[in-house]
Design a protein around this ligand. Structure first.
Ligand code: SAM
Length: 276
C-alpha cells in the first residue's frame, strides 16, 4: 500500500477516534485542509505516524483541545467585506424594520467581530433595542474573547476604513474604549449579544431567526456538512428570513436552494421563501 493511502487510512482512524471519544465529527470537513492540519500536529508532536496520535487524542484532553484549536481558523475583522454590510444596511434593514422583534444569528462567530459590527449597524439604524443577536462557535477560547469584547488596538483601528465603506454614520472610535494596546467594545453593544457554544456538526435549532449570517465557515466543510448546516439554517429561519453567506460560499449546489430566492446575488444574500 503506498504511503498516501496509508496516511488516508490513518487520518480516517484518527477522526473516528475523535468522534467516538469526544463527539466531534471532523469526518465531514474538507479533506485537503484537514490533512494539512493533521500533518502539522504530527510534526509538532515529533511522532512518525498519524496513527501514533490516536492514543494521545483519546487519553489526553489537552492534546484533543490543541487539535480543536488547529481546526478552528479564527481570522476575522470588524465589518469584513464592508460592501456586504453596506448592502445589508441598504436593502435588508428596510425589510427587518417592519418586525417588532428581530433575531439574528452569527454562526461561526470566532472572536465576535462580525456580531459587534452588526450591533453597530443596527444601533445606527435605530433597531438595536428590538434585536437580539446570537453569536455561536464551537471554539470556547474564541468565545471567551468574544464575550469580553476586547480586541488588539491595532486590529480595531485597521478596520476604521471598513466601517466607513460599510456606510458607517458616526465615528468608529465612538464604539470602543481604547486602552494602551487593546480596545473594549461599548457595553451597550455587548449587552445585545449572547455568545454561546454551538457546533454545526451536530447541534440543532435554538430559536427562530430573521437573519442568519454564516461566512467563511462552510469553506472548511465537505458538501455533506455544508448541506446539513444549510438545512439547519433553513429550519432556523422564519419565512422571508435572510441568509448571508461568505464570498466563497453559495447555495448553488445545496439541497435547499429551492427554499430561497437570491436577494442580493453579488453579496450572497438569500431570502427564504414564504411557503416551503
Ligand atoms: C474564519 S472564522 C469566520 C469568522 C466570521 N464568520 C467572519 O467571517 O469573519 C471561522 C469560524 O468558524 C468556526 N467553526 C468551524 N467549524 C465549526 C463548527 N462545526 N461549528 C461551529 N463553528 C465552527 C471556527 O471555530 C472559526 O471561529
Amino acid at each position: 500500500m503506498e504511503k498516501a493511502k496509508i496516511n488516508e487510512l490513518e487520518v480516517d482512524l484518527f477522526l473516528e477516534a475523535i468522534f467516538k471519544r469526544w463527539g466531534y465529527d471532523f469526518r465531514d470537513y474538507a479533506r485537503a485542509s484537514l490533512n494539512r492540519r493533521v500533518l502539522q500536529r504530527l510534526s509538532i508532536t515529533g511522532l512518525k505516524r498519524i496513527s501514533e496520535m490516536i492514543p494521545l487524542v483519546m487519553h489526553d484532553q489537552g492534546f484533543f483541545e490543541n487539535f480543536l484549536t488547529d481546526m478552528s481558523v479564527t481570522v476575522t475583522e470588524m465589518f469584513r467585506d464592508p460592501w456586504v454590510f453596506k448592502k445589508i444596511r441598504e436593502t435588508v434593514i428596510p425589510k427587518l424594520r417592519t418586525y417588532s422583534r428581530i433575531n439574528i444569528w452569527h454562526a461561526g462567530c470566532a472572536t465576535g467581530a462580525e456580531a459587534y459590527s452588526m450591533a453597530i449597524l443596527l444601533r445606527e439604524e435605530g433597531l438595536l433595542d428590538r434585536c437580539h443577536i446570537y453569536a455561536t462557535d464551537y471554539n470556547n477560547n474564541s468565545l471567551s474573547l468574544a464575550k469580553k469584547g476586547i480586541f488588539p488596538i491595532n486590529l480595531i483601528k485597521s478596520c476604521a476604513n471598513n466601517y466607513i465603506e460599510a456606510g458607517g454614520k458616526s465615528l468608529f472610535s465612538d464604539y470602543y474604549r481604547a486602552g494602551y494596546d487593546s480596545a473594549c467594545v461599548a457595553k451597550a453593544l455587548r449587552d445585545r449579544i449572547t455568545f454561546a457554544n454551538h457546533n454545526l456538526m451536530n447541534d440543532g435549532v435554538f430559536a427562530e431567526m430573521n437573519l442568519v449570517m454564516c461566512r467563511n465557515v462552510m469553506i472548511y466543510f465537505d458538501r455533506n456538512l455544508q448541506n446539513r448546516s444549510l438545512k439547519l439554517f433553513s429550519n432556523s429561519l422564519a419565512p422571508r428570513g435572510f441568509l448571508v453567506l461568505g464570498t466563497q460560499e453559495s447555495l448553488s449546489y445545496s439541497d435547499c436552494k429551492h427554499e430561497y430566492e437570491s436577494f442580493e446575488p453579488k453579496e450572497r444574500i438569500y431570502r427564504r421563501l414564504a411557503h416551503v
